[in-house]
Design a protein around this ligand. Structure first.
Ligand code: ADP
Ligand code: MG
Length: 711
C-alpha cells in the first residue's frame, strides 16, 4: 500500500480534525493505513434481527425496536437502582434493565429507534417474561444511519472514552471509503489468483463493512476469506523476512572446517555404540554445514533420550581438530556438570587418556578434565580460555559474561535451546567471528510453530530412539491409593531397579500445602530401612550434587529423591521407575521431560503419576494425555492446545514481529503456503527488484526488528 495518501495522517480527512484525531491515536490509528487494519473485534448480524415474540431464554440476541417507555426504580432494601427501557418491535415488547447506572437516564427519549444486544433472562418474579440485563445498545437515526449501523452485518470496534461506538463506526466508514481509493496491493497478483484469495481492497472493505452473503460466524472467529487474505499477507511477510535472514547469512564468510582430523577420527572409531540412522543423517548434515564457508545455524530437534549429545560431540572434536575453540552452553549447572562428566567418560572410553584438555565453567565451579589438575580457580580458567589454551568449554549462562573471552571461538553448541532466548544465542555468537552455531532442543514443537520460531535456522530432526528401548508404561494413581505406590517402589528395588521420586518443592516452607523432597525422603527412609536413599535439589553445592549423582549412577543409592532439577540431562540407564509426586502440579512438557529420565536402558520402565485430588479439568486432561502417549510431538501439540501459543512460547522471547490477524495454529495451512511462496519468490528475485511495493511493505513489517536488505 505504498501510497503517500495511505500514510497520511487521519486528521486531514474531512470531518475528523485534531480532537478526534487524538482520540483515534489512542486506538493506534495515526494514518489511513492504520485505520484499514484496525479491524472490528466482533460483528453483529443486524440483517437478520429476531422478532421479540420468537425469543427463548438464555440466548444471545440482537433486537431492534422503538423505545416505548422509560422507567427508573430504586429498591430501598437492596439499595440498587434499576434503569428500565421497554422496547417494542412489530411482534411484541421486552424490558431491558441496567443496574446501578443512574446516568443512563439522560441518554434516551421515548420513540427513539434502538438496537440492543445481550442475553435473554427469565424475569425472576414472573417467569413467563423474558428480559435483558445490562445489554449493549445503540440509538439509531433513520436514513444514512440505517445503512451503516443497522440492516447489515455491523462491525463492533473497540473504542476509547470520548469516542462512542457509533461515532467511531461513522468515522471508520468515512476512512475506509477514503482509503480504498488509494490502496495498491503489494502482494504479487499471481499468488493471490493462484490461491483464490480476494483482493486487498475487497478484503479491507468487507472486514469493516461486510457486504453480500458472508457467514457472520466466520467473521467472528477470524476464518472468513477476507481474514484469510490479511492473515496470508502477514505470514507471507514473516516468511519472506525469515527466508531473507537465512539467505543473507549464506553471504557471510564463516569457517570452512576440514573433516577427518585426529580427534574426530579417534572418537568415531571408539564410540561406545553405533549411531542410529537418524543420528548418522543429522551428523552428516552438521558436518556438511561445517565444511561450507557460510556459518552454520542449525537446530537439532530430538525427543528426550534420542541421543543428541553424541551427535554434537564429533562436531566439537572436528572444530578442535581445525584449531578452533568450542563452547557448549547448557541451561542449568546440573546439566552442564553432567555433560562435562559424561563427555569425560565417553572420551576416556574412546581412548583419549590425556592430551585433550577441556573444562567446566559455571558461576560456581571451574574444573579441567585432566586428572592432575581437576578443580581450578575461576579467574585462572577464564584466562586460559581467553589465551586459547583450552579448546573446549562446557558451561551455563556464565559463558555469556563479559569476563569470558575466547581467542578463536569456531563452534557454539547450545543445549536445550528452548530455555534460552534468541538474544542469548546472539551474545554467545559475538564471542567469535562468525562461528558455527548448533542448537539442540528436546521440546518438540509443532512444525508450524517451529517454522516461525526457528524459521531463521536450518532444521534437523532425530526421529528415532536408540535401539532396545522399551516404551515407558505410565500409570495414574491418586492420593487415596498412595500405599500402592510404596509397594511398587519395593517391588522395583527387589527386582534390581532404581527409582526416582520427584517432588515439586524442596521443603515445606516453599509452599506449605505441598509434599516436599525433604519430608518425602524421611518418609521413604522409614519405609525402606535397608535401602540407601539419595537427595538432589537446586540449592545443594556443586560437589554435593555431583556426589549425589555419582552415588546414584554407581548404585550406592537405590532411590534418588529430587526436585525438578533432574528434568533435563540426567542419564542413568538403570533407573526404571519414576514417581512424580503432585503430578497434577506440573505442565505437560515438564512431565514429558521428567518421564524421559526413565526408559533409557534395557529394563522395562514405568512412570507413576501420583496426583492429589480433587483435580481440575485441565490437570485431568494433562494426566490422561501422559498416560495415552509418549510421543513428544503429540504431547507438545496438546500442550499448545491447552495453553495457547502465547503462553506456550511464554518466556521465550522470540524477537519476531507481532502478528495481528494471523494465528499460527488456526492458519497453519496459510503459513505453509506463505513459506513456499516466500522461498520461490526470493530464489528468483533475491532483492525483490521486480516487486518494489512488496519490498517496501516487507521493510515496514520488519522495521525495528532487523534490516533485511543491505543497500
Ligand atoms: P538427549 O540429550 O537427546 O535426551 P542423550 O544424548 O542424553 O539424549 O542420550 C540418551 C542416552 O542414550 C545416553 O545414555 C546415550 O549414551 C544413549 N545413546 C545415544 N545414542 C545411542 C545409540 N545410537 N545407541 C545406544 N545408546 C545411545
Ligand atoms: Mg541432552
Amino acid at each position: 500500500m505504498a501510497d503517500r495518501l495511505a500514510n497520511a495522517g487521519v486528521q486531514f480527512v474531512k470531518g475528523i480534525g485534531p480532537r478526534r484525531a487524538t482520540l483515534l491515536q489512542k486506538l493506534g490509528i495515526d494514518s489511513l493505513k492504520d485505520a484499514a487494519y484496525y479491524l472490528p473485534f466482533r460483528y453483529e448480524d443486524r440483517k437478520n434481527i429476531k422478532k421479540i415474540d420468537t425469543l427463548r431464554p438464555d440466548s444471545g440476541v440482537t433486537l431492534s425496536g422503538k423505545i416505548l417507555s422509560i422507567n427508573s426504580i430504586k429498591t430501598p432494601k437492596s439499595r440498587t437502582s434499576i434503569f428500565e427501557l421497554t422496547i417494542s418491535d412489530s411482534s411484541s415488547a421486552i424490558k431491558a434493565k441496567w443496574f446501578n447506572q443512574p446516568f443512563m437516564k439522560k441518554l434516551f427519549k421515548k420513540g427513539q429507534n434502538i438496537v440492543i444486544t445481550g442475553t435473554t433472562k427469565l424475569n425472576p418474579y414472573s417467569p413467563a417474561m423474558l428480559e435483558l440485563h445490562n445489554p449493549e445498545f445503540e440509538l439509531i437515526d433513520t436514513g444514512k444511519d440505517e445503512l451503516i449501523h443497522t440492516s447489515r452485518i455491523t462491525p463492533i470496534y473497540r473504542t476509547t472514552s470520548g469516542l462512542g461506538v457509533k461515532l467511531l463506526r461513522n468515522i471508520m466508514f468515512t476512512l475506509i471509503e477514503r482509503i480504498v481509493a488509494h490502496m495498491h496491493d503489494p502482494v504479487p497478483h499471481e499468488i493471490i489468483d493462484y490461491y483464490k484469495l480476494p483482493g486487498l481492497k475487497e478484503s479491507i472493505c468487507n472486514l469493516h463493512f461486510p457486504e453480500g452473503e458472508i457467514d457472520v460466524n466466520k467473521l467472528n472467529n477470524g476464518t472468513s476469506i477476507y481474514h484469510n487474505r490479511l492473515s496470508f499477507d502477514e505470514l507471507f511477510y514473516l516468511e519472506l523476512g525469515l527466508t531473507k535472514i537465512k539467505d543473507n547469512r549464506t553471504l557471510d564468510r564463516g569457517i570452512s572446517f576440514v573433516e577427518g582430523g585426529k580427534y574426530f577420527s579417534k572418537l568415531m572409531r571408539g564410540l561406545p555404540f553405533s549411531l542410529t540412522n537418524s543420528q548418522k543423517r543429522v551428523l552428516n548434515e552438521i558436518l556438511k554445514d561445517m565444511k561450507s564457508s557460510a556459518p552454520m545455524h542449525r537446530l537439532i530437534q530430538g525427543d528426550v533420550g534420542s541421543g543428541k549429545t553424541i551427535v554434537a560431540l564429533p562436531a566439537i572434536l572436528n572444530a578442535i581438530d581445525n584449531g578452533r575453540q568450542t563452547a557448549l552452553m547448557a541451561p542449568t549447572e546440573l546439566l552442564a556438570e553432567q555433560h562435562f562428566y559424561n563427555i569425560k567418560d565417553i572420551l576416556k572410553g574412546a581412548g583419549f587418556d590425556e592430551g585433550m584438555e577441556f573444562c567446566l565453567l559455571t558461576g560456581k565451579r571451574a574444573e579441567i578434565n585432566s586428572d592432575s589438575q581437576g578443580v581450578v580457580s575461576i579467574p585462572d580458567l577464564k584466562q586460559s580460555i581467553s589465551k586459547g589454551g583450552i579448546m573446549f568449554t562446557i558451561g551455563t549462562h556464565s559463558l555469556i559474561q563479559e569476563s569470558v573471552t575466547f581467542s578463536n571461538l569456531g563452534l557454539i553448541v547450545i543445549d536445550e535451546q528452548h530455555r534460552f532466548g534468541v538474544m542469548q544465542r546472539a551474545e554467545l555468537r559475538q564471542k567469535g567471528a562468525n562461528p558455527d552455531v548448533l542448537v539442540m532442543t528436546a521440546t518438540p514443537i509443532p512444525r508450524t510453530l517451529a517454522m516461525t520460531l526457528y524459521g531463521d535456522l536450518h532444521y534437523s530432526v532425530i526421529d528415532e530412539l536408540p535401539p532396545n528401548r522399551t516404551p515407558v508404561e505410565t500409570i495414574i494413581v491418586n492420593d487415596t491409593q498412595k500405599k500402592s505406590v510404596y509397594d511398587e517402589i519395593g517391588k522395583e528395588i527387589l527386582s534390581g531397579g532404581q527409582v526416582y521420586v520427584v517432588y515439586p518443592a524442596i521443603d515445606e516452607n516453599e509452599e506449605s500445602s505441598l509434599h516436599s523432597a525433604l519430608k518425602g525422603k524421611e518418609g521413604l527412609e522409614r519405609m525402606f530401612t535397608n535401602v540407601k536413599i539419595g537427595l538432589l535439589h537446586g540449592k545443594m553445592k556443586t560437589a554435593e550434587r555431583e556426589e549425589a549423582m555419582e552415588d546414584f549412577k554407581s548404585r550406592k543409592t537405590t532411590i534418588l529423591v529430587s526436585t525438578t532439577v533432574i528434568e533435563v540431562g540426567i542419564d542413568v540407564p538403570e533407573a526404571s521407575l519414576m514417581i512424580i509426586v503432585h503430578a497434577e502440579r506440573f505442565g505437560l512438557s515438564q512431565l514429558h521431560q521428567l518421564r524421559g529420565r526413565v526408559g533409557r536402558g534395557v529394563r522395562k520402565s514405568r512412570c507413576i503419576l501420583l496426583a492429589y485430588t480433587p483435580l481440575n479439568e485441565i490437570a485431568e486432561r494433562r494426566l490422561s494425555i501422559m498416560a495415552e502417549t509418549s510421543d513428544g510431538f503429540r504431547i507438545s501439540e496438546e500442550d499448545l492446545n491447552i495453553r495457547g501459543p502465547g503462553e506456550f512460547l511464554g518466556a521465550r522471547q522470540s524477537g519476531m514481529p507481532d502478528l495481528k490477524t494471523a494465528h499460527i495454529i488456526r492458519d497453519s495451512k496459510w503459513l505453509e503456503i506463505a513459506k513456499s511462496e516466500a522461498e520461490r519468490i526470493l530464489s528468483k528475485d533475491p532483492d525483490l527488484k521486480s516487486y518494489p511495493l512488496l519490498k517496501e511493505e516487507l521493510n515496514n513489517f520488519w522495521r525495528g526488528s532487523i534490516e533485511l536488505f543491505h543497500g
